[in-house]
Design a protein around this ligand. Structure first.
Ligand code: SF4
Length: 157
């Protein structure tokens, strides 16, 4: 099974925010640059992470992004399910619906596999993902702008 780029980016963002120093709130542009993704994609993901309550995004001079307690303690499976949405592994009911869909054993097997995939991610929290060696890699990312970056718009930009 493959995660969407949206979900992978969401997990990257929360991992990066989980290692931010106390009181330091990076902006979404900084996060996008540090993670080598487009600002547009990062902003969309950060908006969704805010809706889910795992990221606190504030505007203004002392604004920026921070991971919430829920974000630290949420399981990777919980977050991945919400970022992925309800889509099945295979699109059986698309523009040209599959003729086997009324009684397909493959479809039910893929649903079980999808469920098992997410359940395997339920054993890890976001904080678990930031243990070494990942924590060291995250902390070594080149910091863009630093702690004094001016915050000017939505998503803690
Ligand atoms: S064969 Fe089964 S799983 Fe594949 S598209 Fe058709 S209904 Fe879906």
């Amino acid at each position: 099974m493959q995660l969407t780029r949206f979900t992978d980016l969401g997990l990257r963002v929360v991992m990066r925010l989980a290692v931010a120093e106390e009181g330091v709130r990076p902006g979404s542009r900084e996060i996008a640059e540090e993670l080598s993704v487009s600002y547009t994609h990062a902003a969309k993901v950060i908006t969704r992470l805010g809706e889910l309550g795992v990221v606190d995004a504030r505007r203004g001079r002392s604004g920026g992004l921070a991971i919430t307690e829920l974000g630290r303690t949420a399981t990777v499976g919980w977050l991945a399910r919400r970022l992925e949405g309800e889509a099945e592994v295979v699109e059986c009911d698309g523009a040209i619906p599959c003729p086997l869909r009324s009684g397909c054993r493959l479809r039910s097997a893929l649903r079980r596999a999808q469920q098992a995939f997410f359940e395997s991610l339920d054993t890890l929290t976001i904080e678990d993902l930031t243990r070494n060696p990942t924590g060291t890699v995250l902390l070594a990312l080149p910091r863009i702008g630093g702690a004094d970056t001016q915050i000017s718009a939505t998503n803690g930009e």
